[in-house]
Design a protein around this ligand. Structure first.
Ligand code: ATP
Ligand code: MG
Length: 418
């Protein structure tokens, strides 16, 4: 049987890759404008980075990691998210000693052993940004503004920004107790996953997708009512900053985010257009993560944005991706000397950055013209003995059928003029 791509992975073929180029260019442009520099980290890391970085009670660490032993008996994990590797690189490069903040963006594949479905893959791709070293809510507002601006540039309108505060260690401890007290009488009715979350991470129960659990938590106490003065003030600041930047948002006290490391700000850009996989972008503040990964005590804030979900949503919104690049000209030939002349011409054009094509299958003229249509070349030229002798070529516009007699030396000019 023919070998297939592993479950939950997708090939990206030229008929789609131009869309990826489009969003990637747009994302790196916007990051330049907002002052974030690109960070690339390895595809795999020591497993311990994720065990301590992502948080031991998260879905990722408990059941989704691609972990294996390499030939040197090291435990290796394919990166399931971008933040912990960014933190590791920040610490390892000692950039924490610089004047802060340090602002990074990344564009990376991520690997999670999940049940594949629309918008949920085992190898998926994320854009992300991180701001290390800023405790002020200006930094949170800045990254939210970047995401908002980017999604709008990508032509997405039907998306909402939901924000919440998940508090700090102090206020969350009080809240956690109140939440457990509320949930305890309903423990037996909770789904088995949420029963296991009850001790480890009860806040995640608020986020459960099961209808029965959603019904139970409907009247649960909310984190926003338990925030300490510092966290409450920060949440107010964030809202004030977003308003000043003209960004619409909704306070959604049930957002807790999947990762354990968040403090204060948590946010998501959600759409109802792609069903249960509606979170396109999620992020928040993680004021203890850098220290937990072995760096100094320093705050951080960031987001991850799923590129597959972004593209799905763009397709649904009828967004403009531009077009796949097509050849500008096909050089056809009749006979052996003409083939060599055509080859020389193609190479000359390519050296001048013209997208020039030549048939490599040894087809007859009719076949070469068919091929020209298939690849969508704008112009074609046929080389025969006369052309070799005179250097006078007939340039045909494949769309209009118009033909021009031109000298070989004029070809660049004519193509560039259109
Ligand atoms: P979900 O609740 O949908 O599982 P998550 O909380 O696990 O999302 P994050 O860890 O915050 O997601 O990742 C950031 C973004 O990456 C998500 O908002 C989503 O757009 C995308 N994403 C996460 N997991 C997958 C996946 N398995 N396949 C495709 N995209 C994904
Ligand atoms: Mg998940």
């Amino acid at each position: 049987m023919a070998i297939k791509a592993p479950k939950g992975t997708k090939d990206m073929l030229p008929e789609d890759s131009y869309k990826w180029h489009y969003i990637e260019k747009a994302f790196s442009d916007i990051c330049d404008e907002y002052g974030f520099g690109e960070l690339r980290t390895p595809i795999f890391e020591d497993t311990s980075l994720f065990n301590r970085g992502v948080g031991e009670t998260t879905d990722i660490v408990q059941k989704e990691m691609y972990t294996f032993e390499d030939l040197g008996h090291r435990s290796i994990t394919l990166k399931p998210e971008g933040t912990s590797p960014a933190v590791r690189a920040f610490i390892e490069s000692k950039h924490f000693a610089d004047m802060q903040p340090s602002k990074y963006y990344y564009n990376t594949p991520c690997f999670r052993y999940e049940k594949p479905q629309a918008g949920r893959l085992r190898q998926f791709h994320q854009f992300g940004v991180e701001n290390f070293g800023a405790s002020s809510m200006l930094a949170d507002a800045e990254i939210i503004a970047l995401a908002d601006d980017f999604l709008k540039r990508m032509g997405i309108d039907e998306i909402e920004l939901h924000i919440n505060s998940v508090g700090c260690r102090e206020c969350r401890t009080k809240y956690r107790k109140a939440l457990q007290d509320f949930l305890r009488p309903h423990y037996d009715e909770l789904c088995t996953t949420c029963q296991s979350r009850f001790e480890a991470n009860p806040m995640r129960i608020l986020d459960c997708k099961s209808k029965a659990d959603q019904e139970i938590v409907k009247d649960a106490p909310l984190m926003v009512d338990y925030l300490c003065d510092d966290c409450r003030k920060a949440f107010e600041d964030l809202q004030e900053n977003l308003t000043a930047m003209g960004i619409d948002f909704k306070v959604d006290p049930k957002i807790v985010r999947g990762l354990d490391y968040y403090t204060k700000t948590a946010f998501e850009f959600v759409t109802t257009k792609i069903g249960a996989q509606g979170t396109v972008c999620g992020g928040g503040r993680y004021d203890h993560l850098i220290e937990e990964v072995g760096g100094p005590s320093m705050p951080g804030v960031g987001f991850g944005l799923g590129k597959e979900r972004l593209l799905m949503l763009m397709e649904m919104c009828g967004a403009d991706f531009g077009q796949a690049v097509k050849p500008e000209i096909l050089i056809a030939y009749i006979g052996e000397p003409a083939k060599l002349y055509a080859l020389g011409l193609v190479q000359e054009l390519r050296k001048n950055h013209v997208r020039a094509a030549i048939d490599t299958q040894g087809r007859n003229l009719k076949g070469q013209m068919k091929y020209s249509n298939k690849i969508g070349a704008t112009y074609s030229i046929v080389i025969g003995d006369d052309e070799i002798e005179s250097n006078e070529l007939t340039l045909k516009n494949m769309e209009s059928g118009e033909q021009h007699r031109i000298h070989r030396d004029e070809i660049m000019d004519v193509i560039r003029r259109g």
